[in-house]
Design a protein around this ligand. Structure first.
Ligand code: SF4
Ligand code: SF4
Length: 484
């Protein structure tokens, strides 16, 4: 006899009329199955009391993939246990992650920038001096030789600012130290840099290679006209051409660039010109294996500014604009591919992954963000806010009071997340965004586009096949797409 059963709270029933079938996805088990149209429709309208009217084989399959469960299971407990386990995993991290701002100075003066003290000059002590760098080295040695929990197997550095390349010497000296230490202790080391891109001359590219900095995030805020109103030198002159020229001299196959575009609706409208210009300069799509983009829509009322909804994005529009950006990028790529006898691409939606729930940068005891005064922050977004300093690096102790403040946040206790059906796969795990005073918090794209995305995943993997899986067969589970 079947145990008492109920339908999972985390089921999604996606009608796929084109092929007359139903895609059923469960976010807690991260499984997707297909059912024929009639059965799928029936299941989608069932309540838990009616499960036993279904065919035995169908019930068995729904149970196997977590869509029907024993009535004594509290699914929310499963989610909360996962969140706790992830938090504990962060505690045992074997990665030493450091965001380092060698200075808060910048050679640019972007009106929206919160980074950097614009009044600072090279004469001010707004950079990491020898004493602080020595304290940072000691912290690294202590963490490697006397690890908090797991032995350190990986070291990652993100150079941040201000503009970190204003202090190239600091970057170079500290990299030398860390490379030696990592090599001697068989620790995997990688570094990346967030830079405005204006100082990347030939010598600097060479220096980055020596420092094993392989990934660069460079900001280009839309087409030349938009960018040059936003990203300007201290004298007000635009930086677009200089950054593009610097990208053109990037040595081949040694670096990966993410062009970050901070944008509102006006910037989005001009993006086609930016793609056209990148193509004319031979940068993208020609080097699409080395250069990619991150569209970073400016969020409505995030931290209390960006108040105009006609310009800035709310949570839904934010995610929608990211989908639109992917389509625009694809359109430009395919136009170029057709002109140049290359293979065109299709939009690919990645299968969901299980949620992390919390930000590793905040949660891990081996993760620190160091500001220009040598102080530790737990979130790199506060690195230029002296009120958010935790402790000085010379006396940094994860067990000391002050650290817990950042870890009090419990996503599973947030009212709207608690009842949200995409919580088990929600990739929105920024502790600070939740605890900040943002009026509208950012939600996962899965919340808004589940049906479209599931159909797209189905079509990517099965629709073009001559022999489709028979109705009621499994199509995907836990990130790997499989057919049984
Ligand atoms: S989609 Fe939004 S409400 Fe749902 S879990 Fe994610 S952040 Fe919370
Ligand atoms: S901004 Fe959010 S995701 Fe980034 S470090 Fe801070 S808490 Fe983590």
């Amino acid at each position: 006899m079947l145990p008492k059963l109920k339908l999972s709270y985390y089921n999604f029933f996606v009608p796929y009329e084109k092929e007359q079938l139903y895609i059923i996805y469960n976010s807690l088990s991260n499984s997707m199955i297909q059912l024929d149209w009639e059965t799928g429709k029936r299941v989608s309208k069932l309540n838990s009391m009616e499960i036993h009217y279904l065919d035995g084989e169908v019930i068995e399959m729904l149970m196997k993939y977590g869509m029907v469960i024993s009535s004594d299971i509290d699914e929310f407990d499963v989610v909360a246990d996962r969140a706790n386990a992830n938090r504990e995993k962060c505690d045992r991290s074997d990665t030493l992650f450091m965001v380092i701002a060698p200075t808060n100075m910048c050679n640019m003066n972007c009106p929206y920038c919160y980074q950097g003290d614009k009044s600072a000059t090279n004469k001010d002590t707004k950079y990491l001096g020898k004493e602080n760098m020595d304290a940072l080295k000691k912290f690294v040695e202590d963490t490697v030789y006397k690890p908090h929990a797991e032995p350190i197997k990986k070291i990652r550095i993100e150079w941040f600012g201000g503009e970190p390349l204003v202090r190239k010497k600091t970057v170079e000296e500290f990299s030398e130290f860390i490379i030696k230490l990592a090599d001697e202790n068989d620790i995997d080391f990688k570094a990346n840099i967030i830079t405005n891109g204006s100082l990347l001359d030939a010598e600097t590219w060479e220096m980055l290679e020596r420092c094993r900095i392989t990934d660069l995030q460079i900001t280009i805020d839309g087409n030349k006209e938009m960018h040059d109103t936003m990203r300007v030198y201290l004298n007000g002159k635009g930086t677009y051409n200089k950054i593009m020229d610097n990208l053109a001299i990037m040595p081949d196959n040694k670096f990966h660039i993410t062009i970050r575009i901070n944008g509102d609706r006006k910037v989005f409208d001009g993006l086609s010109y930016m793609f056209d210009d990148l193509e004319e300069r031979g940068l993208w799509p020609q080097k699409s294996n080395l250069i990619d983009f991150e569209w970073a829509p400016k969020f409505y009322n995030y931290l209390g500014y960006n108040q105009d909804k006609d310009i800035y994005y709310t949570s839904y529009d934010y995610q929608k604009s990211r989908e639109d950006f992917s389509l625009l990028k694809l359109k430009h790529y395919n136009n170029w591919a057709e002109k140049n006898d290359k293979r065109t691409r299709k939009l690919r939606v990645a299968y969901p992954s299980f949620a992390e729930f919390y930000c590793g940068t905040v949660e891990s005891p081996n993760s620190v963000s160091i500001d220009d005064g040598g102080y530790v922050h737990k979130c790199y977004n506060t690195i230029n806010d002296t009120d958010m300093r935790v402790q000085h690096i010379s006396e940094f102790d994860v067990k000391k009071e002050g650290m817990e403040h950042y870890r009090k946040f419990d996503k599973t206790k947030e009212a709207d997340c608690r009842t949200c059906k995409v919580l088990p796969i929600c990739e929105e795990s920024c502790n600070m965004r939740f605890v900040s005073k943002a009026e509208s918090k950012l939600c996962s794209a899965w919340k808004y586009f589940m049906d479209e995305r599931m159909i797209s995943i189905f079509e990517q993997n099965f629709s073009s096949q001559d022999e489709k899986p028979a109705p009621s067969q499994i199509v995907a589970r836990s990130g790997s797409v499989e057919v049984c």
